[in-house]
Ligand binder design. Structure first.
Ligand code: APR
Length: 229
């Protein structure tokens, strides 16, 4: 029986592309934790600050390139008929590396949506409270199309179906601090799948994995995929 693979990635896979992670020592922005900025409440109380946070991260993407870990996952996907890549990341490095079977459970930095009519569109630059929705014509409601704390992650039914059927679950570059992603390993263990953590250091859920390999994703992910294929 061929392997049914589910891979979960977090900010650690993009660290080797120069994008800051959330919880590493420097994971603060203007002295605030992500939990204080990436929320509907913050967008109501200080929309300009939230726009600054996402505009600066969106512009950073122009200088970031996919790394060997992103590329290794593309090779793995090509060689594996039953493969699903789930990312918590809102950057576009997986797409730019060539991943196709990809789900952004926390949304995408390079898309924006209207709070009033839900219209969403690509955006590579900056938006503000002055940005007008091209569909409903209202201003002040355009926001990043990312999932904020307190909002429902995307594609959850499809993801849990895939976890219930998988034979191998690999978690890459995530600290295991944020649910529901941190609970994916438990779903995979319940189905008897092989579970592997590839991370710079043990995550908070490392003990739930059958195997843990520690190191930089750009080094350990290509090595793992090569051994697997
Ligand atoms: N290679 C592999 N792993 C790395 C590297 C690297 N070069 N650098 C850092 N890491 C690991 C860290 O050890 C840490 O465990 O990546 C993990 C990053 O953890 P977080 O910063 O918490 O990021 P993540 O787990 O993706 O956060 C989950 O929280 O803030 C919310 O919505 C946001 O999607 C995000 C979610």
């Amino acid at each position: 029986m061929s392997e049914r693979v589910v891979v979960l990635t977090g900010a650690g896979i993009s660290a080797d592309s120069g994008l800051a992670t959330f919880r590493d020592a420097g994971g603060l922005w203007e002295g605030r934790r992500p939990e204080e900025v990436a929320t509907p409440e913050a967008f109501v109380s200080d929309p300009a600050m939230v726009h600054r946070f996402y505009n600066s991260r969106r512009l950073q993407l122009r200088d970031a390139e996919p790394n060997d870990a992103h590329r290794a996952l593309v090779e793995w996907e090509k060689a594996t008929p039953d493969f699903l890549l789930v990312t918590q990341n809102v950057d576009d490095l997986h797409e730019r590396a060539g991943s196709g079977k990809l789900r952004h459970m926390h949304g995408e930095l390079k898309r924006v949506k209207c709070e009033f009519c839900d219209h969403d569109r690509p955006e590579a630059g900056e938006i503000s409270t002055e940005t007008v929705c091209e569909k409903c014509g209202q201003g002040g409601g355009m926001r990043p199309a990312v999932v904020w704390f307190g909002e429902m992650p995307l594609h959850m039914e499809e993801i849990f179906w895939a976890l219930d059927a998988c034979t191998l679950f690999v978690s890459i570059g995530t600290s295991g601090n944020v649910y529901p992603a941190a609970g994916f390993v438990d779903a995979a263990n319940r189905t008897g799948a092989r579970t592997v953590e590839l991370n710079l250091e043990p995550s908070t859920t490392a003990s739930a994995f059958r195997e843990c390999i520690h190191g930089r994703a750009a080094e350990i992910v290509p090595a793992f995929v090569e051994r697997f294929l």
